[in-house]
Design a binder for this molecule. Structure first.
Ligand SMILES: Cc1cc2nc3c(=O)[nH]c(=O)nc-3n(C[C@H](O)[C@H](O)[C@H](O)COP(=O)(O)OP(=O)(O)OC[C@H]3O[C@@H](n4cnc5c(N)ncnc54)[C@H](O)[C@@H]3O)c2cc1C
Ligand code: FES
Length: 531
């Protein structure tokens, strides 16, 4: 269970999937009442205690003699911060690794974009009391202030960057240009609850339009940047206008790889990248009985799971003998396959689609799969053409340094297009993860303002398949050695990936804190041992 239970101001709206968290949230009110006082000794040094005050769930944390209190519910999807990990004076959310400052409540790392509340705490004798809300957010002044900032691409990275510029106190013009017809939205949900029909439309925008007006962020939708002139510091727009910039961020994301087989252009063949794509599939799914999903990687399998929720028959065609084995290892790949099969998904593995016709897909071995809808998810390609045309260095992605600056000074790149030096191996890597894109957008924004901050966060992504919630931290390769710790069948395990004896990545199911601990170990270059 982990869906979007929050509105964009951080207030809890609805909880779903069995209401696990609802039970937790109401149970919070049976926990210590911080308004009426709680023994200081109940909070051990370096630990957190969940309780409530003024009708809200509150987390109190202790560092030596210092006690701090913040809201206990993550502002991303409502994750229970008390079940997360305290690291110095921050807490990391167990669900998708957002970070909050325990002293101020500030959301210091995506995917949470809103702060949690911050509370005043008073010690009286052996007890502490939460006495009311506090506002401890520091006013910030950027070190550098370009005359204007233009952001190309209004997805995860671009939108997070625009917000961060304002959060860091930048007061100059910010223009967020997006080819998409919509303002920034929650792309990962498009293959999950939204597609399954369990997430309402209002959960999808990342922010309401007023947010951008209030923040004085100029948003251009349905508008592409067609050319960049780094010498003149100008971009050309698809509507014929041009725009000057002081600093530029490229965050153009990726496009789905297209099939190249007979019938690939038939009207019942769909791809999934945008909100319009997801709506299009939903519209088709309303009258569909049988779907063939071509591609058995994350998006293909998430689509399969969501369409099964809609009671549609689903067959998945995957070219490898085991789904996701290269990324998650054989055992976890096997568990994912079994989980899909148990939910009625028919998997056709080690097969490719040869021909698509009106009522069926024919596989390379001649198998005919009847269908009235085809969804293709065979990978994406980074949108690097714009950067390349401007003479910016690219090689399987736009090349950036550890500060996310491209070969053109003053032009940064973030998200699915960026290939950056991995802090752990020194290798240039490019990943396609929501949290990485947002965090790179945040780091790029700070660096545009002169912060000179390295991007060092280990990559993190999550993926949902029915009741399997996978968290993956780090950056492994298919050559790494994978060892399972725990019981995968009981959904209580981590797969630890190692190269030359060093941990490169950890994929966990049912072990959220362990995954967070792996993240910390990867950050510090420490050895990591799963339970
Ligand atoms: C269906 C789906 C589900 C996913 N689920 C997960 C998940 O569960 N977990 C996870 O970690 N990741 C997930 N991802 C991946 C994640 O969404 C991407 O890694 C992330 O969105 C990348 O962010 P970005 O800002 O680089 O690109 P995007 O979010 O794709 O944004 C790029 C934007 O740039 C615009 N653009 C492109 N060219 C131009 C131009 N020339 N001018 C103006 N605008 C332009 C595009 O229209 C687009 O809106 C999912 C992706 C999809 C499609
Ligand atoms: S719910 Fe906390 S990071 Fe997603």
């Amino acid at each position: 269970m982990e869906t979007r239970p929050l509105d964009r101001s951080g207030a809890i709206l609805i909880l779903q999937n069995g209401g696990n968290f609802m039970a937790e949230a109401s149970g919070d009110l049976d926990r210590p009442d911080f308004e009426n006082g709680c023994e200081i000794d109940k909070v051990a040094d370096g630990e957190m205690l969940l309780g409530h005050a003024f009708g809200e769930a509150i987390l109190v944390a202790r560092r030596g003699a210092e006690l701090v209190a913040i809201g206990a519910t993550c502002t991303h999807y409502g994750g229970p911060l008390a079940k997360g990990l305290m690291v110095d004076c921050t807490v990391r959310c167990p669900w998708h690794h957002a970070r909050f400052d325990l002293r101020t409540g500030e959301a210091i790392a995506a995917p949470a974009l809103n702060d949690v509340s911050c509370w005043k705490i008073e010690k009286r004798g052996q007890q502490f009391f939460v006495t009311g809300k506090a506002d401890r957010k520091p006013a910030r002044k950027p070190k550098a202030s370009p005359v204007s900032v233009v952001i190309v691409g209004a997805g995860a990275a671009g939108s997070a960057a625009a917000e961060m510029l304002r959060r860091e106190g930048y007061e100059g013009p910010v223009t967020l240009i997006g080819a998409d017809e919509f303002l920034p939205y929650d792309r990962p949900n498009l293959s999950k609850d939204y597609l399954a029909g369990t997430a309402p439309e209002e959960w999808i925008p990342l922010r309401p339009p007023e947010f951008y007006r209030e923040q004085n962020i100029d948003t251009l939708t349905n508008t592409s940047v067609t050319l960049i002139d780094p010498k003149k510091k100008r971009v050309m727009l698809s509507d014929g206008r041009s725009l000057g910039y002081g600093a530029l961020l490229l965050a153009t994301g990726a496009e789905p790889v297209r099939l190249q087989i007979a019938g690939d252009d038939l009207p019942h063949v769909c791809y999934l990248r945008t909100l319009s794509d997801s709506r299009h599939i939903i519209e088709k799914a309303e009258n569909a009985k049988q779907t063939v999903v071509i591609g058995a990687s994350f998006i293909g399998l998430e689509v399969a799971a969501s369409l099964r929720e809609r009671k549609i028959e689903v067959a998945v065609v995957g070219k490898h003998p085991q789904p996701l084995e290269k990324i998650l290892g054989r055992e976890m790949g096997n568990l994912i396959r079994e989980t899909h099969e148990a939910h009625g998904v028919k998997l056709h593995l080690a097969r490719t689609a040869a021909v698509i016709q009106d009522g069926h897909v024919q596989l390379d071995d001649g198998t005919i799969l009847d269908c009235d809808l085809v969804v293709v998810g065979i990978g994406v390609r980074p949108n690097t053409a714009l950067a390349e045309k401007a003479g910016i260095a690219a090689d399987h992605g736009v090349l950036v340094n550890e500060y996310l600056e491209t070969s053109a000074p003053g032009i940064f790149a973030a998200g699915d297009i960026a290939r950056w030096p991995d802090a752990r191996t020194g290798r240039k890597i490019r990943v396609e993860h929501w949290v990485v894109a947002q965090r790179q957008g945040q780091t790029a924004a700070r660096n545009i303002l002169g912060a000179h901050e390295r991007f060092v966060a280990p990559p993190f992504f999550w993926s949902n398949h029915f009741d399997l919630h996978i968290r993956y931290v780090g950056h492994g390769s298919s050559d790494d050695q994978a060892s399972v710790s725990g019981d995968l069948k009981a959904k209580d395990a981590s797969v630890v990936f190692r190269s030359a004896g060093k941990v490169t990545a950890v994929a966990s199911i049912g072990r959220d804190v362990e995954n967070l601990k792996a993240e910390v170990a990867l950050e510090h270059g420490d050895e990591f041992h799963a339970l």
